[in-house]
Design a protein. Structure first.
Length: 318
């Protein structure tokens, strides 16, 4: 006889599939995928390690959908510089197909411990989701890009109060968060532009991604509010960092799995080539056996961590 919790799972899955049938032939699949992203990509907050302080749930912007919050981590004592010097800052932007994930996702890469111990402040920030679990439109693009820009603006506006360096801000993003981070590195707006970008397996050209990997085109349609046609195609181009690279773009460290079956390696290669073409420093690290962020240890080795710290040190500690 099945345990009660197995029956509960069966009932929940059945209800989701029934609801999905009302939303089209792939409705149930989409609902399950969205719920899976919420379940796997939204860790609960854990206390920071000793020697690191945290200010949680600071409201940094009021949107049409309500307030957005960030967490600010700082070393209790700056291990690199004198305590009177402002801290460089790294913002971590979570992944989750633009409809899942949370600001605690930095825990998967030990970002806070790694960077605070190296003399950085770390920000974990929210941004609005494109759709609800059931697929109802919430905040389509460019809401997410506007939210991440608001994070950078908040850091600059509060730099003196928080002991942060407004001219030394980096961003580290994974997947969807990497796409948003790359936009911050290529944007033509000094108030929200960053000085260094670490991009982990992120999309760089949304229209091409829809063509290269049709099985995830529905995720892009969720993000943009419909099929990539006319105005939505223009929005997809607006959300493509590859199309906004100039000679003033930030330096990039791009890490991507060669066997990524979600975001093809070509997206990283083309971004890297275009950056170099414009005279921007770019380093591309290809993980031969890795997929889209999997296995996790393929992106989280001692060598990977050192590479990230060295990159930020070079560009944020001048």
């Amino acid at each position: 006889m099945l345990d009660w919790w197995l029956w509960l799972i069966i009932v929940i899955v059945g209800l989701l599939l029934c609801c999905g049938c009302l939303l089209g032939p792939l409705g149930g699949f989409k609902i399950l995928m969205r719920q899976l992203m919420h379940s796997m990509g939204e860790p609960k907050a854990v206390p920071p390690p000793p020697g690191i302080t945290v200010q949680r749930d600071i409201e940094f912007v009021q949107t049409a959908d309500g307030p957005l919050l960030l967490d600010l981590f700082k070393p209790t004592e700056n291990p690199i510089q004198s305590s009177s010097e402002a801290l460089p800052v790294v913002v971590f932007l979570f992944g989750g197909s633009w409809f899942g994930g949370n600001k605690n996702q930095h825990q998967m890469y030990n970002v806070v411990e790694l960077l605070c111990e190296s003399g950085y402040a770390v920000v974990g920030s929210q941004y609005r989701f494109s759709v609800s679990t059931l697929g109802y439109t919430k905040s389509t693009f460019p809401a997410q890009a506007n939210d991440t820009r608001a994070t950078i603006k908040w850091i600059r506006q509060n730099a003196e109060k928080q002991g942060l360096d407004p001219n030394a801000i980096g961003v580290w993003g994974a997947s969807a968060g990497a796409q948003l981070g790359a936009l911050l590195g290529t944007i033509d707006d000094e108030s929200s532009k960053v000085q260094a970008v670490v991009s982990y397996y992120g999309p760089t050209h949304l229209p091409n991604l829809a063509t290269e990997n049709p099985k995830i085109s529905w995720i892009l349609e969720d993000l943009l509010g419909g099929k990539l046609e006319k105005e939505r195609l223009r929005l997809a181009e607006l959300g493509s960092p590859l199309l906004h690279i100039t000679s003033n773009s930030a330096p990039f460290l791009i890490v991507h799995g060669k066997k990524d079956d979600v975001v093809p390696i070509s997206q990283a290669e083309e971004m890297h080539a275009k950056l170099q073409e414009k005279g921007i420093e770019s380093t591309l690290i290809i993980k031969p056996e890795a997929g889209h962020g999997t296995p996790a240890n393929a992106f989280n080795s001692k060598e990977d961590k050192k590479r990230v710290v060295d990159f930020f040190d070079k560009h944020l500690k001048k």
